[in-house]
Write a protein that binds this ligand. Structure first.
Ligand code: SF4
Length: 357
């Protein structure tokens, strides 16, 4: 379901724009539609009030909790069922963050991510993206989620219309500050243009860019169906966005032993990012059964972070959230599918991010 369709339905039930905002705000914030300050009997039109219980149930059905898995670090992985029987993962992060999925599966085909092997199953509708936020707040409380990162299953730039609608609703009615919404992408020129134009420039999410290599040839091997934009040009696009929004770009780097942890990459990152409005997140790779990539030693990862800092690149060495409960986003889903309850194509995304990315 698209949020736009939802607005049309509300209008057909007699809602004016303020009524529609009320319904959407209460849903996205996981608050009851009936508020003690303003009784809906005195406010919403009769047709809308009559339809509201059914609509609330329908919205709750967009994202239902299938299972939850707490990590020792305070994160919690949620396996979420969608109305058509597909499922995605969301991750509650320590400190009030939530990582949401934007697609079932992913078409980018990153060779270190099992989603890359399974491909795209389907897009998420904008309402399904917001429904993950509503579900997380229902579980933890309305005021608990204050940041949303689009770093779960899927490439947001491949589902731009739905992702932009969801960002707009979360930023305008969902009580998530604009800079606390993070659009994460492998890099796509259309995405930068759309982000700058969101609501005439009124909604400005922060940007995370999955770089993984400064060498165009290696990056093309690692991310085979990402747009062919040279790393230098990607950084230029991201820098322009960062300067216009006032938030630094978060570069994401899944650190893989013998692949992209060498001194050549340290030099390449320094050449690209020194002096830029940027933060480099080095994320040691989580091993995945069936894939040949390994994480480097802790010493090597720390040395790389120190070398980048010395060269003027603000760098953080990060760990995936919830490593003790299937670290890669998508592993819970894969396990649930493998246990055979449903005939759904199996995709096993390991976003570099979220939790990882
Ligand atoms: S790492 Fe992210 S962009 Fe790449 S295939 Fe996996 S989900 Fe898609």
């Amino acid at each position: 379901m698209r949020i736009e369709q939802l607005r049309h339905r509300l209008t057909s039930l007699g809602a004016n724009p303020e009524h529609a905002r009320h319904v959407l705000r209460r849903w996205a914030q996981a608050r009851p539609q009936q508020s003690s300050r303003r009784r809906i009997e005195h406010y919403l039109p009769q047709a809308l009030r009559d339809a509201l219980p059914g609509l609330v149930e329908e919205l709750a059905g967009l994202a239902r909790l299938r299972s939850r898995h707490a990590g020792a670090d305070g994160s919690e992985r949620l396996l979420v069922d969608l109305a058509d029987g597909q499922s995605v993962e969301s991750v509650l992060l320590p400190g009030g963050g939530l990582c949401v999925s934007s697609q079932v599966g992913c078409a980018v085909g990153c060779v270190f991510c099992m989603t890359g092997q399974g491909g795209l199953v389907r897009q998420l509708g904008s309402a399904e993206i917001v429904a993950q936020l509503a579900l997380a707040r229902t579980l933890r409380g309305p005021n608990t989620v204050r940041k949303v990162v689009l770093m779960g299953m899927g490439e947001p730039a491949h589902n731009l219309d739905n992702v932009m609608e969801a960002i707009e609703l979360m930023g305008c009615e969902g009580a998530i500050g604009h800079k606390n919404i993070v659009f994460s992408t492998v890099g796509d020129e259309r995405a930068f243009e759309r982000l700058l134009a969101l609501r005439g420039g009124q909604v400005r999410p922060a940007l995370a860019l999955s770089l993984h290599s400064t060498r165009a040839d290696l990056r093309a091997q690692l991310l085979p169906r990402a747009p062919r934009v040279a790393p230098h040009d990607l950084v230029a696009l991201a820098e322009r966005y960062a300067r216009q929004t006032g938030y630094p770009v978060q570069y994401q780097w899944a650190l893989m032993a013998g692949v992209n942890d060498g001194d050549d990459e340290v030099e390449g990152i320094a050449a690209l990012l020194a002096g830029k409005y940027a933060l480099m997140n080095l994320i040691p790779y989580n091993r995945v059964d069936g894939l040949a990539f390994e994480r480097p030693s802790a010493e090597r990862a720390a040395a790389m972070a120190r070398a980048l800092q010395r060269r003027g690149v603000l760098t953080k060495l990060r760990q995936s959230a919830g490593q003790d409960v299937e670290a890669g986003c998508g592993q819970l889903r894969a396990r649930a599918m493998a246990q055979g309850s449903r005939a759904i194509p199996i995709t096993i995304p390991i976003p570099i991010v979220s939790a990882t990315r």
